[in-house]
Design a protein around this ligand. Structure first.
Ligand SMILES: [Zn+2]
Length: 291
């Protein structure tokens, strides 16, 4: 059987909470993939095909930093594409360097439309810890509009990023201080998976997404010489997952286009106990994002 060409036997409706459809526009980070800078119809077709092959019915896409006043939350590119990609949703950028009243008003006007499902802050890429006062107004918006708040955590793709701002333990601070905000640590804090697991275990308002633990083309998931390294990552993820005792607080994400959707799905399926697949691949995201 050709992988991805037949209906999946496992979870039928899948939600991918972490993909990219626009260049993130962060200091020192490229476009991630030429596809994101190419013609929209090509991107839309490619995304629809990948989603179908992997059995993804809904996907949440990260926004674009440093946009103009007409796109305060960095979601316009995603929302335009969503017209051609059923099931695609937008995540707004929380930029702690922009806390003037005008900017925040403009961001809030976007949230009011219910076209945005979450916020994301770029720890490490932007040199602000979660407890920096610049994030506070965004937490207040997140609480008021009941929007989960993603943080990039762990390794970065930019030589200009500073890792000390991206450690998952920092999320514990704001999880305590903002108990009504639900936080999502992207990439389970990779490589600090156990630290991230402890933050999930201890705080009832913290989730983790399993995206970005392996990146690369399809071959890097299937190559014989890659299997040992892949198995090691799976073991580490499973260990962190089991440690938390919170299967209801893990979310499936692929970080597409950094990894092919179908290959990444199989990789995570191989890492997590099968009895929790339905929760992680669908139910947890449906509840958290109210979709
Ligand atoms: Zn990402």
């Amino acid at each position: 059987m050709t992988p991805g060409r037949f209906p999946w036997i496992g979870v039928v409706f899948m939600i991918d909470v972490h993909i990219h459809v626009v260049p993130p526009n962060l200091p020192g980070v490229g476009p991630l993939n030429p596809l994101l800078e190419g013609p929209t119809p090509l991107l839309a077709a490619s995304l629809r095909r990948e989603m179908q092959e992997a059995g993804i019915t809904q996907a949440l896409a990260m926004g674009c930093c440093t946009t103009g006043p007409d796109d305060p939350a960095g979601v316009e590119g995603t929302l335009r594409l969503a017209l051609d990609v059923p099931g695609l949703h937008a995540i707004a950028v929380a930029d702690p360097s922009r806390t003037d009243r005008e900017h925040l008003h403009r961001v809030e006007s976007v949230l009011g439309t219910r076209r945005v499902l979450a916020f994301k802050g770029y720890l490490g890429y932007l040199h602000y810890a979660p407890d920096h006062p610049g994030y506070r107004p965004y937490y207040e918006l997140a609480e008021r509009y009941r929007l989960p708040f993603f943080f990039h955590t762990g390794d970065t793709y930019s030589p200009r990023a500073k890792l000390k701002y991206a450690h998952p333990l920092l999320v514990d601070d704001v999880a305590v201080d903002f108990p009504n905000v639900r936080f999502v640590m992207a990439h389970v804090g990779n490589p600090w998976l156990m630290d991230a697991a402890e933050v999930v275990y201890k705080n009832m308002n913290v989730w983790a997404d399993v995206s970005g633990l392996l990146v690369g083309p399809a071959e890097s998931f299937t190559g014989e010489e890659r299997q040992e390294a892949i198995h090691e990552v799976q073991v580490n993820l499973r260990k962190a997952f089991v440690y938390t005792e919170r299967p209801n607080r893990f979310l499936y994400g692929s970080d597409w286009p950094l990894a092919p959707m179908a290959a990444y799905r199989r990789f995570i399926e191989g890492a997590l106990p099968v009895e929790y697949h339905q929760q992680v691949f669908h139910d947890n995201a449906r509840v958290l994002f109210r979709i």
